[in-house]
Design a protein around this ligand. Structure first.
Ligand code: CP
Length: 319
């Protein structure tokens, strides 16, 4: 694996899931340190709890040296426009910064959220792709403008661990309310991974106007009726996202889309997933999050093994 920007960088998603689960079972007992002598830099242009910590633990488990830069406040203000006359607020061009980082590190992780103002620019991965272009080393997405592949890999690890029947599980991705517009990354990425994995039946439920970008959801069933989707569900993945069509906007929704224990009764004892952080009693009720149905802490825990499996694959390619 050269870069890890989406499921398209993974030759066999199921093999990567099984590799991560194998690493989890081995934990640190093997003493293997394939990352010894290698250094990873983690650049965060946006806040993070899980991605920041789990990726550091994963890299350290592999024997790597890790450095974290809070690029939003500790870095020179970066310019991303080619040919810009830099007589304004930006101090350093991405070309120069990424080339330098490529000399300091063996692998670079980058978190860069979308602006939610310019769809064309966000969906071109304007920022992440410039790190790929100029750093000259493998780049791992720590969540980009459109996708969150490390989260999705952890999600599929979690589903694999909690489903043992000899059939495809019914997995429902349902929109949830929120007080402010959020990116579509987690939903895009989850849909893309489930469809590429091809070991689950995916149903996406959302109110009118919250259609995801076609590029990520081809092959999924879509409904605007949450209760219809929840019937016989084995897993319910709850997530808010802002409108793609009315880019980055919150549209009025008359029905209550927050998942409750009452709504869960029509599922097949479904387990409930969310990437976290979650706004309790807005996106998901306390009663669901604190119930045995909730897998949210398991998902966050599996972020370590997702990152470790990905970094291990990249280290193989670096040898
Ligand atoms: N789910 C997730 O990516 O969490 P953080 O934003 O805290 O990293």
């Amino acid at each position: 694996m050269k870069h890890f920007l989406s499921v398209n960088d993974v030759a066999d998603p199921d093999a990567l899931i099984r590799k991560a689960i194998g690493m989890k079972h081995q934990a640190l007992s093997s003493g293997s340190r394939p990352g010894a002598g290698k250094r990873i830099g983690l650049l965060f242009f946006n806040p993070s709890l899980r991605t920041r910590i789990s990726t550091q633990i994963a890299a350290q488990n592999l024997g790597m040296e890790v450095m974290v830069l809070n690029a939003d406040r500790e870095n020179w203000a970066l310019e991303f426009t080619d040919g810009a006359v830099m007589d304004g607020a930006t101090v350093e061009h991405i070309k120069d910064a990424a080339r330098v980082l490529g000399r300091y590190f063996d692998i670079l992780g980058v978190r860069t959220f979308p602006s939610l103002r310019n769809k064309e620019e966000d969906y071109s991965e304007h920022v992440l792709n410039q790190f790929v272009r100029y750093a000259g080393i493998p780049v791992v997405s720590l969540e980009s403008a459109t996708l969150h592949p490390l989260q999705s890999l952890a999600d599929l690890i979690t589903i694999s661990e909690h489903f043992s029947e000899n059939r495809k599980p019914r997995v429902v991705l349902t929109w949830a309310p929120h007080i402010k517009p959020l990116p579509q990354c987690v939903a895009n990425s989850f849909a893309q991974w489930v469809l590429a994995w091809n070991k689950a039946e995916l149903v996406i439920a959302h109110p009118q106007g919250y259609e995801l970008d076609e590029a990520f959801m081809q092959g999924a069933a879509v409904t605007h009726r949450q209760e219809e989707a929840l019937q016989a569900a084995d897993f319910v993945y709850v997530k808010n996202w802002s409108s793609v069509r009315n880019y980055g906007q919150l549209l009025p929704v008359s029905e209550n889309w927050m998942l409750t224990l009452e709504k869960l009764k029509i599922t097949r004892n479904a387990r409930v997933m969310h990437c976290l952080p979650v706004r309790r009693n807005v996106e998901l009720s306390d009663e669901v999050l604190d119930s045995p149905a909730s897998l949210v802490t398991e998902q966050a825990s599996n972020r370590v093994w997702a990152a470790q499996a990905v970094l291990a694959e990249i280290l193989v390619a670096l040898r």
